[in-house]
Write a protein that binds this ligand. Structure first.
Ligand code: NDP
Ligand SMILES: CC(C)CCC[C@@H](C)[C@H]1CC=C2C3=C(CC[C@@]21C)[C@@]1(C)CC[C@H](O)C(C)(C)[C@@H]1CC3
Length: 417
């Protein structure tokens, strides 16, 4: 049952928008997978061909996918170096989460390395991307249905503010329960980082290995894309605790949007640049490669410094690294930073992330739009996310938020937006 009197305004275009997204997102992903391996590799053309069911359905892919999920569950259940507490919930309690995502990345790397040493054909994974994406999509639908049903028996205090409109399509998409768990196993926290992000870099690596098999050695562009994205994923898992304060964990329910986004969209579309490079090798000279390394480093520096500054401040405002920063008090007792990174624009971390997104696409040259899909999608996602966050902050902080917006007028790009 939805909690009475607490209906949140509908997001994502309501039930119609949610239904459209549930069709459009998988369709877009399959289009990208097919276009990347087609000769013309055109983002805006109709799909080069429609795959037959035999090309999509493979029991081997199903087995591989469930083995992958099982492996990551096993790594999640291993003893963690630290247990972190999440944000305070409606009933004033706090959930505890294991911090062992980076350990899962290292263990996966060791296992895959061992596999390759004994003859595992890692490059062959690139031939299975289509059936893997298909079984992963089916899994995401079934999983979201189970989450929806589980939420029917959850107490009102466990429900998310957004996904309880009473419309089944909308609630299925957005997710009804905030932190669905069985015992201490937290489904949303588990899915947010590990299976999708680690699969992303593993797919990238398989594409690099396949390129080496086809052409004798991996191209410089492929090395760059692999290196940049591995840094991003390694950083996310190293700073795993920070995910506990993102809106995905604190605000959004766990439904199709995040289940599909985390488990399917991330590994199969975020690896698009490496997929494109395998089928469309691009020349890249050393001076250009150095410039792209610099661009990625600048983006990463802004992204990491801004995120760490906010996390340090939220954990302990008197920490010497942030104690001198100027702040605005709010009625909630919390403060808002108005100097340092958060005094430049209201989302400096998004700016850094966008600069990195550009550095990941440029190694693919400028002859095709396809490798720029991530940059285009990500810009739209962050602009929309920024607007959602703004709404939530306005509700939380009221006048203090208005004051912050007056003092820091630009959202993401100084003097532009
Ligand atoms: N690669 C990808 O696909 C994606 C990456 N990201 C990345 O994830 C990271 C996290 O992003 P996201 O969860 O959207 O949001 P943020 O990390 O930007 O967090 C927003 C929250 O920060 C707090 N805040 C805002 N302004 C201030 C301030 N001036 N002083 C102190 N606290 C402030 C508010 O929460 P409160 O006050 O309650 O603490 C606000 O709700 C970003 O780096 C983003 O780029 C995000 C989405 C997708
Ligand atoms: C396509 C759908 C409409 C929306 C799906 C969105 C999801 C793919 C993203 C929502 C927030 C995300 C975050 C990351 C990955 C993408 C999703 C799941 C993130 C884990 C990437 C790595 C970063 O360092 C991070 C800050 C940990 C990110 C957190 C948010």
């Amino acid at each position: 049952m939805a909690p009475q009197g607490s209906r949140a305004p509908l997001e994502f275009g309501g039930p119609l928008g949610a239904a459209a997204l549930m069709l459009l997102l998988p369709a877009t992903m399959f289009h990208l997978l097919l276009a990347a391996r087609s000769g013309p590799a055109r983002l805006l053309d109709l799909p080069p061909y429609l795959p037959r069911l035999e090309a999509l359905w493979s029991p081997r892919a199903l087995l591989l996918w469930f083995t992958w999920l099982g492996l990551q569950v096993a790594f999640y259940l291993l003893p963690a170096r630290k247990m972190a507490e999440g944000q305070e919930l409606k009933d004033k309690s706090r959930l505890r989460y294991p911090i062992n995502g980076f350990q899962a990345l290292v263990l996966t790397a060791l296992l895959v390395g061992l596999g390759v040493l004994v003859g595992l054909p890692l490059g062959a994974l690139t031939e299975m991307l289509l059936p893997l994406a298909f079984v992963a999509t089916l899994t995401a639908f079934v999983f979201s249905l189970l989450l929806y049903l589980k939420a029917l028996i959850a107490p009102a205090s466990a429900l998310a503010p957004g996904g309880n409109s009473g419309n089944p399509i909308y609630d299925f998409f957005l997710g009804r329960e905030l932190n669905p768990r069985i015992g201490s196993f937290d489904f949303k926290y588990f899915c947010e980082l590990r299976p999708g992000l680690i699969a992303w870099v593993l797919i990238n690596l398989a594409l690099l290995v396949q390129e080496a098999e086809l052409r004798g050695s991996p191209s410089l562009a492929m090395w760059l894309v692999n290196g940049f994205q591995l840094l991003y994923v390694g950083d996310a898992l190293w700073h795993e605790e920070a995910v506990l304060t993102t809106m995905d964990i604190t605000h959004d329910g766990f439904g199709f949007m995040l289940a599909f986004g985390d488990l399917v969209w991330v590994p199969f579309t975020y690896s698009l640049q490496a997929q494109f490079l395998l089928y469309h090798p691009q020349p890249l000279e050393l001076p250009m490669a150095s410039a792209l390394c610099l661009m990625n480093a600048v983006g990463f520096y802004i992204f990491r410094a801004a995120n760490s500054q906010k996390n340090t401040f939220r954990k302990n405002p008197s920490d010497p690294r942030v104690a001198d920063l100027e702040t605005i008090p709010t009625a909630t007792g919390r403060q808002l930073l108005v100097s340092g990174w958060w005094g430049m624009v209201r989302h400096p971390n998004y700016l850094g992330d966008l600069i990195m997104a550009l550095a990941w696409s440029l190694p693919c040259g400028v002859s095709h739009l396809l490798p720029y899909f991530y940059l285009l999608y990500f810009t739209a996602l962050l602009v929309h996310r920024e607007a959602r966050d703004e709404q939530q902050c306005l509700q939380k902080y009221g006048l203090a938020w208005h004051e912050y917006c007056r003092r820091v007028p630009y959202r993401i790009v100084p003097y532009v937006y």
